[in-house]
Design a binder for this molecule. Sequence first.
Ligand SMILES: Cc1ncc(COP(=O)(O)O)c(C=O)c1O
Length: 380
Amino acid sequence: MKRIYLSSPTIHEEEKGFVKEAFETNWVAPLGPNVNEFEKEAAAFLGEEVYAAALSSGTAALHLANLLCGVEEGDTVFCQDLTFSATANPICYQKAIPVFIDSERESWNMDPVALKKAFETYGRPRAVIAVNLYGTPAKLPEIKKLCEEWEVPLIEDAAESLGSSIKGRNAGTFGDFGILSFNGNKIITTSGGGMLLSKNEEQIDRARFLSTQSREPARHYEHKEIGYNYRMSNIVAGIGRGQLLHLMEHVEKKTALYQRYRMAFSEYDFLTMNPVPEDCLSNYWLSCVTIAPGEKLTPLSLMLALEKENIESRPIWKPMHLQPVFQSCPFVKVEERAVSEDIFERGLCLPSDIKNTEEDMDRILSILKQTMELQKGKLR
Ligand SMILES: Cc1ncc(COP(=O)(O)O)c(C=O)c1O
């Protein structure tokens, strides 16, 4: 049985050309022409006069964003609750305290109402980190406005949302800092890598400095502050340059997968796809589904049925406030029952690999339908 993945890399010819050139010119280092060009090309795609620093991971980019916002021991940072732990971990690298903020139901991302409540309850944090989950932009204009009122920098975790936009403005460009991930399962990949974005060129220069061990411009090795080995390699950046040429083609294919699921589920009123607000374009990185409250059918039963047929799916991110490691951190919600918890319990990430053929989609959908019919019959 052919394995169907959740979201695996899709590589084209151009990547090989850039990597081959790096080998032929011996630019096998954490610097070189591919790194410089990848930064320029990504920034040109994003527009909005953004500058970019190519780094070893999205997590490294988040760590530097925290550093550049001045996050220090004992500070608080308001962070989206429904996300991957990589969003929150760098706050703790700085020995600061994450305050987790619940989601709203229209995009599944940080709820501006809960954010306002957090400001009123905890005062001014050192930074706010909002995430565009599964490709869908958060209510960034509203979040940004609140941050401006409280004079707090916004970090936009756009790890999952390269190619998404709100009213034509690209994800990654809304915050004082934005971050991207090029991890293997992302919309475009470099095998592993990330990028820090900002309109402030000086801050991006500083990120490049910090990410190369904070080496002062001297003939010998001179260091006045602690540095990091976070720079992207020239080989990896070559993969990124090739991938970037195919970004919008990947988005189109992800969109088609989402629409296919949506059509197929239209006959089941107890299934809803992950929502995308009207003014947004999503890159539909992952297609997700939620089962209506009160239904006996569970996401786990769908996941197990797919797994039995060698098809990969994945639970929704487990909210940060439910993670043992963050148990002692404050959590702010406005609804009695946390929205993040509700989505986690009722949701599932469906196979969203753009290499899926029509036959693969038929196979996935027929297993899902069979399981639903069976379960419903059995449970009634
Ligand atoms: C929302 C989110 N933030 C941050 C990251 C971290 O990116 P990386 O794996 O490149 O460190 C990821 C993905 O892995 C992610 O999904």
